[in-house]
Design a protein around this ligand. Structure first.
Ligand SMILES: [Ca+2]
Length: 246
């Protein structure tokens, strides 16, 4: 009997970044545990602005308040890009917001006279999709949004929704012969795949994708499985042990 197994790998990258995580995309949401507000003006953490939840905002985040998000277990990466829709609500008067993404700091000065729109029940505001990008390699990330507002959150406030975290990661997939990324490792990288017979995995028990790949394992007559996240121990696919002659 001849067993035929195929491995396919596809990398999905946008502008060389991969989208690692999104938060606050739903119309309405509750505050997740990885975000906190300090100096809040209310026990509420989410304000509903024109039918959409935002973190912070009117009656919650004003002078002296900060919004903080924490992330861990980021895959190996060299560069980060974070995009956040930031709501500058009500009577900002040449005041500045700072968005600190793992030490990369973006500033925007804003004034209500520079062009606000009626966006929430409480009146006026402006939404900007802010982009913060730069070198970053730590496996943890903190996002801190602060302001130098000088009035309470009923007069001037800030809120956020739609947080996108993009990473530049190695475009490589590692196949390991044993669980928990141990044993013999074979690596396939985009652009320079080494498909020589000796570089084919002989047995696959764990796979590291580094966030941006899709691996499909197909065994003739027995279907296929698709993998989009790191797999520490592959049990559902019986990858045949083969002897590589070269
Ligand atoms: Ca002010």
């Amino acid at each position: 009997m001849v067993e035929i197994t195929t491995i396919s790998v596809v990398f999905f990258m946008i502008d060389s970044f991969c989208l690692w995580k999104t938060q606050f995309e739903q119309s309405t949401f509750t505050m997740p545990s990885n975000w906190q507000i300090t100096g809040a003006y209310s026990a509420n953490r989410v304000y509903v602005c024109a039918g959409k939840s935002i973190v912070g905002g009117y009656g919650i985040v004003g002078a002296g308040s900060t919004i903080q998000g924490s992330f861990s277990n980021l895959p190996t990466h060299t560069t980060i890009k974070v995009q956040i829709n930031v709501y500058y609500l009500q009577s900002w008067d040449e005041e500045t917001a700072s968005i600190n993404v793992g030490g990369l700091v973006f500033y925007r000065m804003w004034d209500q006279n520079w062009g606000v729109n009626p966006i929430c029940v409480t009146g006026i505001g402006k939404v900007f999709l802010e982009t913060i990008q730069g070198s970053h390699s730590a496996d943890t990330l903190q996002i801190i949004i602060a302001t130098n507002l000088n009035e309470n959150s009923y007069n001037e406030s800030i809120g956020i929704r739609e947080v996108y975290i993009y990473l530049k990661t190695p475009k490589c997939v590692q196949f390991y012969s044993e669980c928990n990324y141990t044993g013999t490792m074979k690596e396939w990288c985009q652009g320079s795949p080494n498909l020589q017979r000796k570089n084919r995995p002989q047995q696959i028990k764990s796979i590291k994708l580094n966030c941006c790949g899709i691996v499909t394992l197909t065994k003739k007559g027995q279907g296929s499985i698709t993998i989009t996240e790191n797999v520490p121990c592959l049990t559902e696919f019986d990858f045949p042990l083969v002897n590589n002659v070269n």
